[in-house]
Design a protein around this ligand. Structure first.
Ligand SMILES: *Cc1c(COP(=O)(O)O)cnc(C)c1O
Length: 420
């Protein structure tokens, strides 16, 4: 369920006409629905109500501090993957004891920052990281709470670029080597074993891979206990899929039910790291048609958003529904919807059946709330779009559109290139 819908022939976000926002802020822009985000967060969080759990929103899916604040106010924690994300999360007012830190390449400064901030847990991903974390903790006279991120070698049956839990992927420590590393970590002075974690991939549309990896983790938890290593947190990562097109992902209730059935008898606090399932259908990217251009059988709709604003189609060949902001009732055509960037990969859809549109009309690229703005760049020196949050019948700019001045911020012409 989301709150982007037509009234008569006009697309609304909650009670605000999308065209009105476009008129006020210009295009392109990201538009998020507060009611949708809150509803999605609660649907997942409430599904685990019967057990001790912490829902840590995956910050990389959407890192705007207003969005982070929204989830923090719902009682959510955060899953971060960098010092920059930690900065954002603290800025948003998230309490440190609800922050977990994943990532294969944590840097010294970022580890120090996280230790000083006293976060809940580091999900460590390699033997060398375990040693490094111990060393830095010692230097700062801290004790780092750690979970080992294990790679359970489970096929998530998703796009290869977003599959993370196979042996061949760079993430985590092979589950067969995990016991050895737990023993190493347990014997290090400045580490405290706190949990076990995994994250097998993104946009999963079945529960079975989650259940399979949980089963493998259960085995390991038993082995750890037998070796005198006790954990408090079981972090199952994120990865639950959404409907972009015709997918049939499980409802959070089904996902929760399957996981609850598979939990070990030992009482643990479950950690979840959802990103896409909460954000994905809570946001859209609104763009204006700059030009239409016939090309034989098909038509090009050249729009003012581009791959720098939303790179998923280019990166993963992913599908996004595209809808007119105002339905015209014109006949459908077969169109390539493309951006202005000088790359053939700069497209949002190819050969798409869509109501014919004209210059200056608006299109909504749906399901763009997750991995949309957070992946945006300035390629082709395009200022990044603004972000707007709708609540009821009002809307709020939560990030201003960048200016040309922002584009050169921090750039320096050295003296030897001084103007003559
Ligand atoms: C990306 C990521 C997530 C979130 O994945 P979604 O598919 O958006 O739910 C959770 N945990 C980790 C470690 C991640 O890297």
């Amino acid at each position: 369920m989301h709150h982007f819908h037509y009234k008569e022939d006009n697309l609304y976000c909650e009670n605000v006409p999308v065209s009105q926002v476009a008129f006020e802020v210009g295009t392109p822009f990201y538009l998020y629905s507060h009611a949708t985000l809150r509803q999605h967060f609660r649907a997942l969080d409430d599904a685990f109500d019967s057990i001790k759990h912490l829902t840590c929103f995956s910050v990389k899916a959407n890192s705007n501090i207003a969005i982070l604040r929204l989830f923090a106010r719902e009682g959510g924690g955060m899953d971060i993957v960098s010092g920059g994300e930690l900065y954002r999360v603290l800025k948003a007012g998230v309490v440190p004891n609800k922050i977990v830190y994943s990532g294969v390449g944590k840097q010294t400064e970022d580890i120090e920052y996280a230790l000083q901030s006293d976060i809940l847990m580091f999900n460590v991903e390699s033997p060398l990281e375990i040693l490094k974390l111990n060393e830095i903790s010692g230097k700062l006279s801290k004790k780092a709470r750690v979970a080992i991120r294990v790679n359970p070698d489970v096929d998530p049956e998703t796009h290869p670029y977003i599959s993370t839990g196979l042996k061949e992927n760079k993430f985590g420590i092979d589950i067969d080597d995990a016991l050895e590393q737990y023993i190493v970590a347990a014997n290090l002075e400045n580490l405290e074993i706190s949990g076990i974690s995994c994250h097998i991939g993104s946009q999963l549309t079945q529960v079975s891979p989650f259940v399979d990896s949980l089963e493998k983790l259960n085995g390991l938890i038993g082995t750890l206990e037998a070796n005198g290593i006790n954990i408090k947190y079981l972090d199952l990562g994120g990865g639950l899929g959404i409907i972009y097109d015709k997918e049939t992902p499980p409802h959070p209730r089904e996902y929760a039910a399957a996981i609850k059935r598979g939990l070990p008898s030992k009482e643990l606090t479950l950690i979840l790291e959802p990103g896409r399932v909460i954000m994905g259908n809570g946001g859209i990217l609104v763009t204006k048609v700059l030009y239409t251009k016939p090309a034989g059988e098909k038509t090009f709709f050249i729009v003012d958003a581009a791959m720098n604003d939303l790179m998923r189609p280019c990166l993963y060949d992913s599908y996004h529904m595209i809808q007119p902001v105002r339905k015209s009732g014109r006949e459908t055509v077969k169109a390539d919807i493309v951006g202005p960037i000088c790359e053939s990969g700069d497209f949002f859809a190819k050969g798409r059946e869509i109501e014919s549109c004209r210059q200056d009309e608006l299109l909504a690229i749906m399901s763009a709330g997750a991995y949309g703005f957070s992946m945006a760049s300035n390629y082709n020196s395009r200022p990044r779009a603004c972000e707007v949050l709708v609540k009821g019948d009002r809307f709020y700019t939560i990030r201003q559109r960048e200016t040309f001045k922002d584009l050169v911020n921090g750039e320096i012409i050295p003296d030897f290139l001084e103007k003559e």
